[in-house]
Design a protein around this ligand. Structure first.
Ligand SMILES: NC(=O)c1ccc[n+]([C@@H]2O[C@H](COP(=O)([O-])OP(=O)(O)OC[C@H]3O[C@@H](n4cnc5c(N)ncnc54)[C@H](OP(=O)(O)O)[C@@H]3O)[C@@H](O)[C@H]2O)c1
Length: 326
C-alpha cells in the first residue's frame, strides 16, 4: 500500500511517499481503509521530535526517530477487516477515530478507538475531528468546567482546536470571545462566538478580570498576563503553543502553570493528551444534534503530505487541513 513514511527526525522534507506492507491486525483491532486523514500540529511535533523534552516525556514520539514509521493519527474511512474479538464493527462500516499511521491507504486501529461516522458527515469532516475536537471537548467541558453563563475566551479560535472549542463552549451556554487574526473574525462569529477579538489590533490580556475560563491554544502571552484577564477564581486551560526548534516549547509554560496552581486561587490547568472512545462518541452525538461542524481549510492529496505539514507549521491554519487518501 501507499504510505507517508517518517524514518528519521527532521523537517517535513523527511516525509516520503513509499510502498509499505499493509498492517496486520490483532484480535482487538480493525483495519481501516483510509479515505481522509487530518493534519495536526502533533504531526510536526512527532516528525521533528520537538520540543526535545517531549522525546523523553511522550512515549509515542520516540527517542532517536519517530516511533511510528508511518505518519498520521486522525482518519475516517471504511472497515476493511475486523479482529476476532471485535463485536460491534464489521467490514464495510464507515468509521472515524484514532488510527496510528493514518497517512496511508490502510491503517490499523484499536477497535475501541474508532466509532461509526455520523451519516451526515463527509469523510473529510469526520477525519477532522479526533485529535482537535476531543482536545477541545476535554479542555472546555472537563478541565475548564464551563457552565451556562460563563464568560469564556478562546485564544487561537480559528485553529483546529479553537474552532471546536468555541462551538462546544457555546453549546454549554457560555458567552464566548474568540481571539484570531483579521481575516478570521467573521468565521469565528459564524461558529457562535458572541465577540471576536482581532489580535493584530487588541491585546486581550489588557482587559482585566473578565473571563471565567480562558483556553490558550497559542502560548503567546505570559502566565501573569493571562491570569490578569481571568476572574479571581477563574480557570486557565493551557493547551500548548510553541514553534518548531524549541527545547522546552509549550512544556515550560505548562510546568510553570502546574507549579503555581497550588499557591493561587485561580485554577491553572493543562490538557494532557488522551485518546478516548467516549469522547469520539460524544462528538458524534454533538454533530448529529447540530452543535458541531468541522471548518475545513484546505485538502491535499496523500502524496503532498509534506506540504500539508509545512502549512500547519506556519501556524495560521483556518480550521482543519485534510489529506485525501483513497
Ligand atoms: N494537549 C493536547 O493533547 C493537544 C492536542 C491538540 C493540539 N494541541 C496544541 O494546541 C495548539 C493548537 O492546535 P491547533 O490544532 O488548533 O493548531 P492550528 O490548527 O495550527 O491553529 C493555529 C491557529 O492559531 C492562530 N493564531 C496564530 N497566532 C495567533 C495569535 N497571536 N493569537 C491568536 N491566534 C493565533 C491562527 O489563527 P490566525 O490565522 O487568525 O492567526 C490559527 O488559526 C498547538 O500548539 C497544538 O500543539 C494540544
Amino acid at each position: 500500500m501507499k504510505a507517508i513514511v517518517q524514518e528519521r527526525f527532521g523537517p517535513p522534507d523527511v516525509l516520503r511517499l513509499a510502498d509499505v506492507d499493509t498492517p496486520e491486525i490483532g484480535p482487538g483491532d480493525v483495519l481501516v481503509q483510509v479515505h481522509a486523514a487530518a493534519v495536526n500540529p502533533y504531526e510536526w511535533h512527532v516528525l521533528r521530535g520537538d520540543p526535545y523534552v517531549a522525546r523523553l516525556m511522550m512515549g509515542d514520539i520516540g527517542l532517536t526517530r519517530p516511533r511510528n514509521p508511518v505518519a498520521g493519527v486522525d482518519a475516517a474511512g471504511r472497515v476493511e477487516a475486523a479482529g476476532a474479538n471485535v463485536r460491534d464493527l464489521r467490514p464495510g462500516d464507515e468509521v472515524f477515530g484514532f488510527c496510528p499511521g493514518a497517512f496511508a491507504e490502510y491503517a490499523r486501529a484499536r477497535a475501541d478507538l474508532v466509532v461509526p461516522k455520523p451519516a451526515g458527515l463527509t469523510f473529510e469532516e469526520a477525519a477532522a475531528l479526533p485529535i482537535a475536537a476531543t482536545t477541545a471537548l476535554r479542555a472546555i467541558r472537563d478541565i475548564g468546567g464551563v457552565r451556562a453563563g460563563n464568560r469564556v475566551l478562546v485564544n487561537g479560535a480559528a485553529g483546529g482546536v479553537g474552532m471546536y472549542a468555541v462551538q462546544i463552549a457555546v453549546m454549554l451556554g457560555a458567552e464566548v470571545t474568540g481571539v484570531c487574526g483579521t481575516r478570521n473574525l467573521n468565521l469565528v462569529r459564524s461558529i457562535g462566538a458572541a465577540h471576536a477579538v482581532d489580535y493584530t489590533k487588541e491585546d486581550f490580556t489588557e482587559r482585566s478580570g473578565g473571563f471565567d475560563v480562558i483556553l490558550d491554544n497559542v502560548g503567546n502571552h505570559a502566565l501573569g498576563r493571562l491570569r490578569r484577564a481571568l476572574t479571581p477564581a477563574g480557570t486557565l486551560v493551557i493547551n500548548a503553543g510553541g514553534s518548531p526548534g524549541a527545547v522546552f516549547g509549550a512544556v515550560g509554560a505548562m510546568l510553570r502553570g502546574v507549579a503555581l496552581d497550588r499557591f493561587v486561587r485561580q485554577r491553572l490547568r493543562i490538557v494532557p493528551t488522551k485518546q478516548r472512545q467516549e469522547d469520539l462518541r460524544d462528538l458524534a452525538g454533538l454533530v448529529e444534534e447540530g452543535w458541531l461542524t468541522s471548518v475545513l481549510d484546505r485538502s491535499y492529496p496523500l502524496a503532498d503530505a509534506a506540504e500539508a505539514v509545512r502549512y500547519i507549521e506556519r501556524g495560521h491554519a483556518r480550521g482543519k487541513v485534510i489529506l485525501n487518501v483513497t
